[in-house]
Write a protein that binds this ligand. Structure first.
Ligand SMILES: O=C(CO)[C@H](O)[C@H](O)COP(=O)(O)O
Length: 144
C-alpha cells in the first residue's frame, strides 16, 4: 500500500519506528516529516499527511504526536478523511470495520513501538464492512 506518515517532535521517534516497519513489510511510505525531534507545530504535518490521503496520493495515513489527539483533530478537518486516535488494536479494527477510517493517529508519549506496530498492522489488515455502515459513513463524510 501507499501510506502517508507524519508527526511532530513528540511523535517523531514513534513515526520513524512505524515507518521502518512499514517499509520492511513492503509498503511505499510517503513521509511528510518532521525529520528531527526538534520542536515543531503539529498542524502542518498532520494536514499534509491527511491531504495526501484525501487526494488519493496515499491510501491511508499514520500520524503521531504526543497524545495523538491534536493530529487527529487536524486530520478530521480535511474533507474525506476519517481519522481515529487508536490506543489499541481493537479500536483500530472497529474504526476500519464500521467507520472506514483512512487515517490512524498514535500517541508518541503513551505507546510502545510494538504497540504502535500492532495498531497499524490491524488497521491495514481490516476491511470496511460496508452495508449499513456505508450509509452512515455517507452521512458524515464531507467533500474532499
Ligand atoms: O500531543 C500533541 C498535540 O495533541 C503535541 O505533540 C504536544 O502538544 C506537544 O507538546 P510540547 O510542545 O510540550 O512537546
Amino acid at each position: 500500500m501507499r501510506i502517508a506518515v507524519g508527526s511532530d517532535h513528540a511523535g517523531f521517534h514513534l513515526k520513524e519506528h512505524v515507518k521502518a516497519t512499514l517499509v520492511e513489510a513492503g509498503h511505499e511510505v510517503l513521509d511528510v516529516g518532521t525529520a528531527t525531534a526538534d520542536s515543531v507545530d503539529y498542524p502542518s504535518y498532520a494536514r499534509e499527511a491527511a491531504e495526501l490521503v484525501a487526494s488519493g496520493g496515499a491510501e491511508v495515513g499514520v500520524i503521531a504526536c504526543g497524545s495523538g489527539v491534536g493530529v487527529s483533530i487536524v486530520a478530521n478537518k480535511v474533507g474525506g478523511v476519517r481519522a481515529v486516535n487508536a490506543h489499541d488494536p481493537a479500536e483500530a479494527e472497529m474504526s476500519r470495520r464500521h467507520n472506514d477510517a483512512n487515517v490512524v493517529t498514535l500517541s508518541g508519549a503513551r505507546l510502545k513501538p510494538e504497540q504502535a506496530d500492532a495498531i497499524v498492522a490491524t488497521f491495514l489488515a481490516t476491511d470496511f464492512e460496508g452495508g449499513r455502515h456505508a450509509r452512515r459513513v455517507g452521512q458524515i463524510d464531507t467533500p474532499a
